[in-house]
Design a protein around this ligand. Structure first.
Ligand code: COA
Length: 255
């Protein structure tokens, strides 16, 4: 498929009064991320980073699911072929490097990278129906996006171990209690609540926001190193028989 053609509809980007919304828009596949989506989201984040007019970015999903993680068909192709396209990895780097405040608006499931991207968000709103889960180990993989650094830092080791290693999902209430979600609202109110928070951030003096956020994220070098270290293991594990059979089992489950 032509990347550019595919990008126009699978991610919807809108700008309104200093707030950019990046919406994963593949609801029929629960917003599972394909290469085309990673490319478009990377571009949208880089543009937001560079544009003075953009003061805050909302990351949201279309339909009732935030994001079902990386597309497992793509994982299986990468496992059986030449490995992961490096351009998917660029998304993680752009997310970590983005200097504009990020607001997560989560309805329904946030799985795999759907959850790990939330550790880069500064403010997260979820619906009461939200669950955060990272079933990487069950798929023969390891968590990515610097979550092995950021999750323990944000939630403490024990809760991070339960989520990342044991693969136990967090309900919206548990995620709020763990300190990675700010506010839990009725699912229909997620978008409006996220927009209200983003507008509040956008109305602040941008320089003071940038300086304060930069100081709060003093560990960015460590984050970038962790992303690279995780990726190196991830790429190796993706080629394992264990991972290949887990992907194939998911794709064959309804047949
Ligand atoms: N990759 C590829 N396709 C995916 C997907 C993924 N990560 N997640 C969902 N889909 C597809 C399903 O295969 C299905 O496609 P089909 O209609 O062509 O059969 C469609 O999205 C709807 O999913 P379905 O499983 O029927 O919906 P559900 O409500 O029963 O379950 C999920 C939703 C998200 C819980 C379930 O699809 C799931 O567990 N997905 C995999 C999540 C995952 O392990 N991600 C990788 C993390 S590292």
């Amino acid at each position: 498929m032509n990347d550019v053609a595919a990008m126009s509809d699978v991610v919807a980007v809108t700008d309104d009064a200093g707030v950019r919304t990046i919406r994963m828009n593949r609801p029929e596949k629960k917003n599972a991320l394909t290469l085309a989506m990673y490319l478009q989201m990377t571009r949208a984040l880089k543009e937001a980073d560079a544009a003075d007019a953009t003061r805050c970015v909302i990351i949201a999903g279309a339909g009732g699911t935030f994001c079902a993680g990386n597309d497992i068909t793509d994982f299986l192709k990468a496992a059986s072929g030449g490995g992961l396209d490096p351009r998917a990895h660029e998304f993680l780097l752009a997310l970590a490097r983005c200097r504009k405040p990020l607001v997560g608006a989560v309805r329904g499931g946030a799985i795999g990278v759907g959850t790990t991207m939330l550790f880069h968000c500064d403010h997260v709103i979820t619906g009461t129906d939200a669950t955060l889960s990272t079933p990487f180990l069950k798929l023969g993989l390891i968590p990515e996006a610097a979550s092995t650094l950021l999750a323990p830092m944000r939630m403490g080791h024990s809760r991070a171990f339960s989520l990342l290693v044991m693969g136990r999902p967090l309900s919206a209430a548990e995620a709020r209690e763990a300190g990675i979600v700010n506010t839990v609202v009725e699912p229909d109110a997620v978008e409006a609540t996220a927009l209200k928070a983003a507008r509040e951030i956008a109305a602040l003096p941008p320089t003071t926001v940038a300086v304060t956020r930069g100081l709060m994220r003093g560990h960015l070098d460590a984050v970038m190193k962790q992303i690279e270290a995780e990726s190196s293991h991830f790429r190796d594990l993706l080629q394992s028989d264990e991972a290949r059979s887990a992907f194939a089992a998911f794709l064959a489950r309804k047949k």
